[in-house]
Design a protein. Structure first.
Lengths: 85, 544
């Protein structure tokens, strides 16, 4: 299992566009990728749940990745967060 | 006359007849079914149809409003495919043995309530997206045509609210304005209306809905947010006048969009756009600019209460570069001084801020701020076609120092294994008379010059551009300024550099011919001037 924390610096937070991007990328991996914020979780392949987390500017989130390709998935997720959020 | 007050989301006006938007209102009834499996099959077919419609709309939006705005339809597709949403629908069908229409509607209700209940007004607006996709699936289940019909003369479309896909599928030539009772300025519909240049007013309320009738005259003024029912002649004439001038712009667009910037005798020039924020990219694309000739990076600093981080800057630059595809984007490094500063810079008050510690001078005295920006810029360079330019150059040593810092930043990125482009063009602003006069010594150091005519004028003529009493002394066509530009152009070309103009003079069509004859390679103007300058260029014949 891999896990990393991230503080969102995008003004709108995880809005429609980044949620779409995260979900698309998550679907490329077999690992389960979960974002948690304040005890609420969302599986990253689910775009509605991701938007439903309501992650805003300045929020600290935890990303947990577990599965066969977790290393590659972690790298891809870090990249998305760093460049889009 | 009766005036309703709403919120204008796109500044433009129109007068015309009302058309009350008729949604194919499909009443969803809960019906027991004998064979839930057959309902699941119907659902799958309807979803596939909805997705294929959305793909088409996406393609259409891509052409009309650009990728960044078209993406919402891509996200609509993902929402239709969303696991939770689908489980909710199929769960209802199988557990309750009910029709697919009802299952879709009730799942959509739950999800849109989830969004409506969120604190953030941006996320609340996503409830409309959920409703939009569910209506689409339901329409497909009913095999109804999801497109809305419109025919005859152009009308003001009035509705309770409009879904993004409804906005984009309406025939734009038949729409004078979008006017809605509800909606939010964060909605994708508002964003789309803005990018399509159609006057739009939202939030006119229930009274408005009750009083509108098909065929009644009205005026929609997106500048003021006013919707005027049964307007008098004067009001109509004023709105018509505003509309005519907008129409002229649209005509220009139709005539010149996609055309080359080429004179009758075959001389070509690039026409770029100036922008002051990432939000302006839509109008850059819409007005068909060849690139961005001046991206004023100050807004990242002025909007913030503290220095913007490397990450924040990187994201803004990357988004701009990606939105512009492979087109050139020239970002000017921080141009800030005592007259235009953010508090956290804590700059001393100056007697003469225009002649003070500003722009490159400030950056070179506070290299840590400058390097943060340069790192963000070079990192973003991997995502498009970037040029970087330094403002307020007066000395060779300033250019050398700036280039040296660029080398340091690139070295650090290489060391950290961070990707950047090797083809970033580096240039300087020619906005002091000194820079123009020694342009023969500056040109060998850089890839391009960009003439900032506003400052060049004020420094050459010793005229404060903010002082209204100086207008009669401040001849923007002064020979001294034109000679300085010509000198810079000659010297740039002698050393293999190119030269553009990004100040207000670039949009002055009285000078377009003069600039072309000097051999200026690029003019960068406000997005709304791009096509006007193109029109001028195409009317000139330099062989005469």
């Amino acid at each position: 299992m891999k896990t990393f924390d991230f503080t969102v610096t995008d003004k709108l937070g995880i809005h429609a566009r980044p949620a779409g991007l995260i979900a698309k990328t998550a679907k490329e991996f077999s690992s389960e990728i979960v974002i948690s914020k304040d005890g609420k979780n969302a599986v990253c392949t689910k775009v509605m749940a991701l938007m439903g987390l309501g992650v805003k500017y300045g929020d600290r989130i935890t990303v947990t990745i577990s599965g066969g390709d977790e290393e590659a998935a972690e790298k891809a997720m870090m990249e998305i967060f760093a460049t889009n959020l | 006359m009766k005036i309703f007050k709403g919120k204008g989301v796109y500044g433009a006006a129109a007068a015309g007849k009302i058309s009350v938007f008729k949604r194919r209102d499909i009443q969803v009834k809960r019906v027991k079914v004998d064979d839930p499996n057959a309902e699941l099959l119907r659902l799958e077919a309807a979803k596939a149809e909805a997705i294929s419609q959305l793909r088409e709309i996406y393609e259409r939006a891509l052409k009309e409003v650009g990728e960044a705005n078209a993406q919402i339809f891509d996200i609509h597709i993902m929402m239709i495919e969303d696991e939770d949403f689908n489980e909710a629908i199929t769960g209802t069908i199988t557990a309750q043995s009910v029709n697919a229409e009802y299952a879709v509607a009730s799942a959509a209700d739950n999800f849109s309530q989830m969004f409506s209940a969120m604190e953030d007004s941006y996320m609340q607006a996503r409830a409309a997206d959920v409703k939009d996709i569910s209506n689409r699936i339901i329409a497909c289940l009913a095999k109804a045509d999801c497109q809305s019909e419109s025919g005859g003369e152009p009308v003001i479309i009035c509705a309770d609210d409009l879904a993004p896909s409804e906005t984009v599928t309406l025939d734009k030539d038949k729409v004078l304005a979008f006017v809605t009772a509800y909606g939010s300025s964060f909605s994708h519909t508002a964003i789309l209306a803005r990018t399509m240049n159609i006057p739009a007013i939202i939030g006119l309320g229930d009274d408005f809905l009750r009083e509108i009738k098909d065929g009644d005259m009205a005026v929609a003024d997106g500048y003021t947010g006013e919707f005027i029912l049964h307007p008098d002649e004067k009001t109509i004439a004023a709105a018509e006048e505003k509309r005519r001038s907008d129409e002229e712009k649209r005509e220009l667009l139709k005539k010149l969009k996609g055309k080359e910037n080429i004179t009758i005798d075959g001389t070509k020039i690039s026409i770029f756009a100036n922008i002051g924020s990432v939000d302006n990219i839509g109008s850059v694309l819409l007005n068909d600019a060849d690139g961005i000739g001046l991206f004023r990076s100050e807004f990242l600093y002025l909007e913030n209460s503290d220095y913007p981080t490397e990450e924040e800057q990187f994201k803004a630059y990357k988004r701009t570069l990606e939105s512009m595809g492979g087109k050139k984007v020239i970002i000017r490094t921080l141009d800030i001084g005592a007259d235009k500063q953010a508090d956290y810079f804590k700059l001393d008050k100056e007697e003469n801020p225009a002649l003070g510690l500003r722009a490159i001078r400030l950056c070179l005295t506070r290299p840590e701020i400058f390097k943060t920006q340069l790192r963000a810029l070079f990192r973003a360079s991997a995502y498009g076609n970037l040029g970087i330019m330094f403002p307020m150059i007066a000395n060779v040593s300033e250019v050398e120092s700036a280039l040296e810092l660029c080398e340091q930043v690139k070295e650090e990125l290489r060391r950290d294994n961070i990707e950047f482009s090797d083809n970033v063009e580096l240039g300087i602003m020619i906005e002091t008379p000194a820079a123009a006069i020694i342009s023969d010594r500056l040109a060998p150091l850089v890839d391009f010059f960009s003439v900032g005519t506003n400052d060049l004028t004020q420094y050459t003529l010793a005229c404060d551009r903010q002082n209204p009493h100086l207008e009669q002394f401040c001849d923007v066509h002064h020979e001294a300024i034109l000679r300085l530009i010509e000198t810079a152009a000659k010297n740039a070309h002698a050393h293999g550099a190119w030269i553009g103009i990004c100040g207000e003079l670039a949009a002055d069509t009285e000078l377009t011919e003069t600039f072309l004859r000097m051999g200026i390679d690029e003019l960068s103007v406000s997005p709304s001037f791009v096509l006007r300058v193109r029109e001028k260029v195409r009317s000139l014949d330099l062989s005469k």
